[in-house]
Design a protein around this ligand. Structure first.
Ligand code: SF4
Length: 167
């Protein structure tokens, strides 16, 4: 009985994975991790003391590639989303010990972008994390944008005293 239940269950997972892959235009590779239907374990970096969970991970050419799904009408990848992908690439390198050449960003299940995890973004990621640590330590932060839409969608707006009000 248990094996039948397991068989049915694993068949359903396979079906869901295929559905997700097609829906999100990820044609290549094998999905090895998903945080979409059942919450998955987060990844942790000792180096930067950060943790996070990509929506899923796909294995392409022997590399583990993080994939993040976003909503919103964007004609190009947003800087904060690029950093999120970069952080996931770093977390997967720390966890699996290999090289992660890029991550995939998907907007509205239609537009897909390959975000290279190149030396420039690695440097920017490290320096952004350092700045964030400094802000947390000193309680001082620097406002670096004037986009009220960003504040409107921000999960920290309840606590942030620098948020831009919208009317
Ligand atoms: S609410 Fe605060 S933390 Fe969020 S985007 Fe606006 S300024 Fe930044």
């Amino acid at each position: 009985m248990a094996s039948i239940v397991f068989f049915v269950f694993s068949k359903n997972i396979k079906k869901n994975v295929e559905k997700i892959k097609i829906k999100n235009l990820i044609q290549e590779g094998r999905i090895t991790y998903s945080d979409l239907s059942i919450p998955a374990n987060p990844f942790y970096s000792k180096k930067y003391k950060i943790s996070g969970k990509p929506d899923y991970i796909v294995e392409q050419n022997k590399c583990f590639i993080p994939v993040e799904l976003k909503t919103g009408n964007h004609s190009e990848p947003q800087k904060n989303h690029i950093f999120q992908i970069a952080a996931y690439c770093h977390l997967l390198e720390q966890h699996y010990g290999g090289f992660v050449p890029y991550g995939i960003l998907v907007y509205n299940n239609t537009d897909q972008y390959k975000i290279p995890f190149d030396p420039m973004i690695r440097f920017e990621l490290e320096s952004t994390i350092k700045k964030m640590r400094y802000s947390l330590k000193t309680g001082r932060s620097i406002m670096n944008h004037s986009d009220f839409k960003r504040c409107k969608a921000c999960s920290m707006r309840t606590y942030c005293d620098k948020k831009i009000p919208y009317f």
